[in-house]
Design a protein around this ligand. Structure first.
Ligand SMILES: Nc1nc(=O)c2c([nH]1)NC[C@@H]1CN(c3ccc(C(=O)N[C@@H](CCC(=O)O)C(=O)O)cc3)C=[N+]21
Length: 291
């Protein structure tokens, strides 16, 4: 058996086209573009690449992109003051502070300073609480993109056994909440899980978000399962995910590649969240079902 390779790049491009169409409607109704502000602290080359591609995708969708670059040694107060300015700016619908921040800065203090209603990353504890309790808010981009790929692949997810490997606040925990909302039976596995291979073997859906290159082996996968690989690990041989792709692809029903799987979805969903924010702030209806 050979798995269907889930083309996240193509799906993300389609989503970006649907977003662009609704951005045009928003501009006609509100008389301004949706605006996304991205803050980059320091000069980490990988972060700079992500920030550049976010800015390009934002403009390509017809939105306004505001980039703010601060030196690596910026004081915490100065960064918080910039967040305050963006919170108060009516042209800004979404604020993203690129993580990780340099060690002297308090990520939680920065994340919680962002207005929850402009928090298009969905990292604010208010948005985590809204997701957990079923209230309207913002959902982190990567897990939401994963669910979109899963529903496109499988249709209704009701009753499926889903195993999420990883318990981070930005992927593992919100991923589990979203799968629960889709009526999956959800298990969260992590570094202290006993007999991980047996836990994974039960799963119809495996989401790997551990940050360890190729740690999920092909023999762990139930034949026909759907495998979503959130990992992006830079190795000597290039970019690899958290899943042994060749091994897993020989048993899975479907699998996301790295690159070209989950990564492009993260940026597309960021644009989606920014459009949704703009619609809420201006009272302009956004057809979220069509996105
Ligand atoms: N506040 C905040 N929000 C984020 O969403 C956020 C962040 N900080 N810090 C860094 C991570 C990482 N991230 C990615 C986005 C796109 C790709 C992506 O498009 N990847 C492509 C290309 C990969 C490559 O060639 O490097 C792919 O997987 O095909 C990957 C990773 C967003 N992040």
């Amino acid at each position: 058996m050979s798995a269907n390779i889930i083309d996240g790049k193509a799906f993300a491009l389609g989503l970006r086209e649907r977003i662009a169409a609704q951005v045009a409607n928003f501009v006609a109704a509100a008389g301004r573009k949706p605006g996304l502000a991205v803050v980059l602290v320091g000069e980490d080359p990988a972060s700079a690449v992500y920030v550049r591609s976010k800015g390009k995708a934002t403009v390509a969708a017809g939105m306004a992109s505001f980039e703010h670059r601060l030196p690596a040694d910026v004081a915490q107060d100065e960064l918080l003051a910039l967040v305050d300015t963006l919170n108060a700016d009516p042209a800004v619908d979404g604020i993203l502070v690129q993580l990780p921040l340099p060690g002297h800065l308090d990520e939680l203090a920065v994340t919680t300073r962002i207005d929850p209603d402009k928090d298009v990353d969905g990292f604010h504890p208010v948005n985590a609480g809204r997701l957990a309790t079923g209230l309207e808010g913002f959902v982190p981009c990567t897990p939401l993109g994963c669910v979109m790929l899963l529903k496109d692949q499988l249709g209704d997810l009701t009753g499926l056994d889903a195993v999420v490997i990883g318990r981070s606040n930005i992927v593992g925990k919100p991923m589990a909440q979203l799968l629960l909302k889709e009526s999956c039976t959800v298990t969260i596995a992590h570094s202290r899980t006993r007999d991980l291979s047996s836990v994974v073997k039960r799963a119809d859906i495996v989401v790997a978000a551990v940050g360890r290159a190729e740690m999920v082996k092909g023999e762990w996968i139930k034949p026909g399962a759907t495998v979503i690989d959130v990992g992006i690990n830079r190795t000597a041989t290039g970019l690899v995910g958290d899943v042994d792709f060749a091994g897993a692809a020989s048993v899975a029903g479907a699998i996301t590649p790295v690159p070209g799987g989950v990564g492009p979805m993260t940026i597309a969903v960021l644009l989606r969240n920014t459009l949704v924010s703009a619609g809420r702030r201006e009272g302009v209806a956004i057809d979220e079902v069509a996105l």
